[in-house]
Design a protein around this ligand. Structure first.
Ligand SMILES: Cc1ncc(COP(=O)(O)O)c(C=O)c1O
Length: 386
């Protein structure tokens, strides 16, 4: 089955069992508990919805299929999934190597919870240089956690090369694939052990559900993470599972449109006189364009660019747009825009922001699937006004 066929059919096979009505979609099962006829024989394996719920189970099998994985797990949020993985894999004294410009919420979880409270050590490394990853490995390193592309600088890490280094040293590799979605990048196929998504972004795609997903091939890893999913309880609710099942059906179509709009907007911005620089993996000016061509199937829907002006004019520009809502988050059908220095990355210390290249006039855009012409006109008008 190809991507869009899987996204529509897996987990939603019509059940012709006489007790069901033959729904063509997975029904929404809100029950918290399931009755059984026989004390020792839970009906169809369902006992209590934290442990297993039919709607969540349908979603989990679809999520697995999209990343070419054996197993999928759905969590209450991307961060709920991250917490569950850390609890499943690490103990006090362990060491993790991770990307330096990681999503801010993930950094907060690492530094303020797992480092401060549980004595797990994190090295924040420029993972776009695979040799640096190798240099930071110690005998305590249990996990390499990468985001590619990063947020907001859209730096890429060579997943295949890093997974190989990790594997040679008995270390688990995790890739946060939220920015690419399973349509444009499949880290397990490149040798990673765990793929993580915030389904709040492209996978659900309609900015109306917070959730997280984990996909793996190894049964032992699956059992360890699933044990924490049930023990700690950060599960996706049946209603949100239903929403995500619904959103996924158009994931392929949406990603093609996000990419098509982004490519045209990136090309437009690149030659605009008020724009200093554009970062987009689909432009051949991207410093790692060749890696993008090798490991990704498209440039995605995120563009970062710097205006050739100061903070107040950059604020004016983002406030003057009609179709780009001034909002954090990404991956929905509607276009969003934000100033990382004042919004998503305001909590990153100023020296770190400078080191990463997050200037006051740097802008991050999540390009939606509106008509290209309207988006280009909107940008053009707002640029002309500054
Ligand atoms: C790359 C990335 N990973 C993880 C998360 C956390 O996901 P959630 O907001 O669903 O907890 C986010 C949220 O913005 C993200 O951008």
């Amino acid at each position: 089955m190809k991507f869009s066929t899987k996204s529509i059919h897996i987990g939603e096979e019509v059940d012709f069992n006489q007790t069901t009505s033959g729904d063509v979609i997975a029904p929404l099962h809100l029950a918290t508990t399931f009755a059984r006829k026989d004390v020792q024989d839970p009906t169809r394996g369902f006992e209590y919805s934290r442990s297993l719920n039919p709607t969540r189970q349908a979603l989990e099998s679809k999520l697995a299929a999209l990343e070419n994985a054996e197993y999928g797990l759905a969590f209450s949020s991307g961060l709920g999934a991250e917490t569950s993985i850390l609890l499943a894999l690490l103990k006090s004294g362990d060491h993790v190597i991770t990307t330096d410009d990681l999503y801010g919420g993930t950094q907060r979880l690492f530094r303020k919870v797992f480092e401060e409270k549980f004595n797990i050590q994190f090295s924040f490394v420029d993972t776009s240089k695979s040799s640096l990853v190798k240099n930071h490995i110690t005998n305590k390193t249990k996990l390499i956690w990468i985001e590619s592309p990063t947020n907001p600088m859209l730096k890429l890490s060579d997943i295949q090369a890093i997974a190989k280094i990790a594997n040679q040293n008995g270390i688990i590799t995790l890739v946060d694939n939220t920015f690419m979605s399973p349509f444009f990048q499949n880290p397990l196929d490149l040798g990673a052990d765990i793929v993580l998504h915030s389904t709040s972004k492209y996978i659900n795609g309609h900015s109306d559900s917070i959730g997280g997903a984990v996909m793996v091939n190894n049964s032992e890893l699956y059992e360890r993470i699933q044990f924490i999913q049930n023990s700690a309880g950060a599960i996706l609710s049946p209603f949100d599972s239903y929403m995500v099942l619904r959103g996924i059906k158009t994931l392929g179509m949406r990603m093609r449109e996000h990419h098509r709009n982004s490519q045209q907007i990136a090309e437009y911005l690149e030659v605009h006189q008020k724009v200093k620089k554009v970062i987009y993996p689909g432009l051949n000016s991207h410093p790692q364009y060749h890696l993008a061509q090798r490991q990704m199937k498209g440039g995605g829907g995120m563009i970062t660019f710097e205006l050739d002006t100061n903070l107040s004019k950059s604020k004016k520009f983002v406030e003057n747009l009609n179709y780009f809502s001034l909002a954090e988050s990404l991956g929905g059908v509607e276009s969003l825009i934000e100033l990382p220095a004042l919004m998503t990355h305001a909590s990153v210390p100023i020296e770190d922001r400078r080191k990463l290249g997050i200037t006051d006039s740097l802008i991050r855009m999540s390009v939606g699937v509106e008509s290209t012409e309207d988006l280009l006109n909107d940008l053009d008008k707002a640029l002309n006004r500054i």
